[in-house]
Design a protein. Structure first.
Length: 703
């Protein structure tokens, strides 16, 4: 929150976050798809966008731009997983650049220098800056942070100035996109007839009985489906079964696990080190040199928990004692030495509800105070504090029930800190506390504590030794060398007792094989080097060696029967079941007679307030065709024919219908239809332009 006296200037970080956010805005949708390490390829072409070839060099340049933004934001080099995200951002940014640039030019859309200045430091600061550069006390935009940052650019390094120039370009592109989307969305228009239809769909109500017969009423074994029928269904529904390049793989995984000898060696080592720690007079230096823990020498402040593996194994923790080694749930062995225990700066824990009054007039502040007092009375009367904080709180703590966590007295403004630390019991403070930020309702959740520990942590990870890894690799390599084709792959696996695992429908950009992460090199091999039946060399993953064979390769286009057999089989079988159910209902004149045909599976229910605008039938599920059929019935007592929905067969009986009454003005509904269409426009335009651009992505050959 809020209440911390000194605002830390984090403008640089905020600008970096904005950069990432704007990239997401510009590209739209989910930009996290698989990729891995940067490797060269045999071709210089990584793809095509709108008929224009994208070279490897152009793509790398865009990657470097986004990587530079990341480094400016975080102050570090991105990890491999983060590089995957950066590469995908770069590709999506290229699509946006090439797809929309011609649109902007054709429409004459530009961003002037004056407009850009106004966006970043004028009267109309863009939303991205306003949201990020906020005063943590008030949650309001803090112009001083922005001014401080912009002034610092005069003495900034060339890299920092280049970074800001890049951000300004992103701001400009973002504004161009907004202009473009607004131009199209505001062109949406609904006629008065559409408004009238929307009104009637919303306000027409029917009372119906509905019989639902699920497809499982007929056993799967009672329906025979041939492969020819499945292929015919695919050919008649090609749009449903479009696929990209894919492969089916089989693989054997040789897990890299520590041996008994490895475990014994680690136990022996940590026991020896524990004894050295016990007699050491320089605990911090010792664990910094010998421990594999992330923070081997730590101060545990009042309110913070001691390590779980220590408290679960030791009842009475004494200063100067060394405890362990203990086996943790992270496959590590750990020992602890309690270096010191003392009374540190007291810390307590509280929750609050802030009613902001900063900058308000006296009359407005009086109104805020009155509102706060009413809420305080509600809490005193039994209203849950966390629920009240979520409803009334006006700062970031509202999302966590007002919880401020553990804090020291000097961390907070004087009025708030004095009242909180003066409490002698936990619970609600029965008066408002006024600070410069407004009025606070405070609940003390933990009284001040001062007990502080300094702990040295000695931790060693239990992993496979080099000798164990080499032994496992030799087994994998021997298996790969003696499996020249798919048949030998299966025969040798059976002989050695290895389990063959299937990974089907793997895409060219996938990164994982089932639950095996980081398998990008195996997938690149399958798409670039392998032919059907070929066996791979040994690939090393984080915790296993993999030997794979390419079972089948599928080209982009309509899916083959093998790729979608399960999905198509369900659909065709259900279509046949639908006809069988319809036939069994012939000659039945009432819903009760129809239900009697399937007494254990069919359900008969009533919905008294079914609206024409609905798409879900209560007790059944998504059933728009059945709802349309209900409103197509003319007279009370009429029964519909069997309606085939994805969930089963539905038959409806109309009890009564109340048509929407005529009104003089449908403009409100007309506006609603227009607004709904406008909200969909930006996404639909993006999808349409990408489709027209016919994007071809060959990056899987490189990464």
């Amino acid at each position: 929150m809020a209440l911390i006296k000194k605002i830390r200037q984090k403008t640089g970080l905020a600008i970096g976050v904005i950069a990432v956010g704007l990239i997401f805005f510009l590209v739209g949708g989910d930009i996290l798809s698989p990729n891995s390490t940067l490797l060269g390829g045999s071709s210089n072409k990584v793809g095509e966008i709108a008929g224009e070839s994208v070279s490897y060099e152009e793509y790398i340049q865009k990657i470097e731009e986004i990587k530079f933004s990341f480094q400016q934001n975080t102050g570090r080099t991105p990890s491999e997983n983060e590089m995957f995200t950066i590469r995908e951002q770069a590709w999506q940014a290229l699509i946006v650049d090439k797809v929309f640039a011609s649109q902007y030019e054709a429409l004459g859309l530009t961003i002037s220098d004056e407009e850009l200045v106004d966006m970043v430091q004028g009267k109309n600061i863009i939303a991205e800056l306003r949201q990020q550069l906020t005063n943590p006390m008030t949650g309001e935009f803090d112009r001083t942070q922005l001014v401080t940052f912009l002034q610092s650019l005069e003495s900034a390094s060339p890299e920092q100035r280049a970074f800001w120039t890049q951000q300004e370009k992103l701001f400009a592109n973002s504004r161009l996109r907004i202009k473009y989307d607004n131009l199209l969305s505001t062109s949406e228009y609904a006629t008065s007839a559409e408004g009238k239809l929307e009104y009637k769909m919303t306000n027409s109500v029917a009372d119906v009985d509905h019989l639902f017969i699920p497809f499982y009423a007929i056993a799967d074994t009672a329906v025979s489906v041939s492969d020819n029928e499945l292929r015919t269904y695919i050919n008649n529904n090609k749009e449903k079964f479009k696929v990209s390049n894919a492969v089916d793989l089989e693989y054997v995984s040789f897990n890299i696990l520590p041996s008994g000898e490895d475990s014994a060696a680690v136990i022996k080592e940590i026991r020896e080190l524990t004894e050295e720690l016990r007699s050491s007079s320089a605990d911090s230096v010792f664990v910094l040199r010998n421990s594999e823990a992330a923070g081997p020498f730590a101060t545990i402040l009042p309110g913070e928990e001691l390590p779980n593996s220590l408290t679960t194994n030791v009842d009475n923790i004494m200063v100067g004692e060394t405890y362990g080694p203990f086996l943790t749930n992270r496959s590590t062995y750990v020992s602890y030495k309690i270096t010191d225990k003392f009374d540190g700066t007291p810390r307590m824990r509280a929750s609050h509800i802030l009613f902001g009054a900063q900058g308000l007039s006296d009359d407005a502040k009086a109104e805020v105070r009155a509102n706060a007092e009413n809420v305080l009375k509600e809490i005193q009367g039994g209203l849950n504090f966390a629920a009240a904080a979520a409803q009334y709180g006006q700062d970031g703590t509202a999302q966590r029930g007002g919880d401020l966590g553990w804090f020291a007295k000097e961390d907070f403004v004087e009025e708030f800190a004095n009242v909180s630390f003066a409490a002698r019991t936990t619970g609600l403070i029965n008066r408002l506390v006024e600070t410069e930020y407004g009025y606070h309702i405070i609940e003390v959740t933990e009284l001040p504590k001062s007990q502080t520990y300094k702990i040295a942590t000695l931790e060693l990870e239990l992993i496979a030794s080099d000798a164990t890894r080499n032994d496992i690799f030799r087994k994998a390599d021997f298996y790969a060398a003696n499996s020249g084709n798919q048949n030998e792959f299966a025969e040798n696996a059976e002989k050695e007792g290895y389990r063959i695992i299937q990974a089907n429908n793997i895409g060219a950009f996938d990164r994982n094989l089932n639950n095996l992460q980081g398998a990008r090199e195996v997938i690149r091999w399958a798409f670039n080097d392998a032919s059907e039946g070929k066996v791979s060399p040994v690939f090393e993953l984080d915790n296993s060696y993999i030997v794979a064979t390419l079972k089948r390769k599928y080209e982009e286009g309509t899916a083959s029967l093998d790729q979608v057999r399960a999905q198509v089989l369900v659909q065709v079988r259900n279509d046949k079941k639908a006809e069988m159910i319809k036939e069994s209902l012939q000659g039945k004149s009432s819903l009760e007679e129809m239900q009697a045909v399937y007494p254990n599976e069919a359900s008969l229910d009533n919905t008294s307030d079914l609206r024409l605008s609905a798409s879900v039938l209560p007790g059944v599920g998504f059933a728009p065709k059945a709802i349309g059929a209900a409103f197509g019935l003319k007279n009370p007592g009429d029964i519909s024919g069997p309606v085939h929905e994805d969930v089963g067969i539905i038959v409806l009986k109309l009890n009564s219908i109340t048509p929407a009454s005529e009104v003089a003005d449908y403009s409100g509904y007309q506006s609603q239809v227009t607004m709904n269409a406008s909200q969909r426009t930006a996404y639909m335009i993006m999808m349409a332009l990408e489709d027209l651009a016919d994007v071809k992505d060959y990056r899987y050959k490189f990464f």
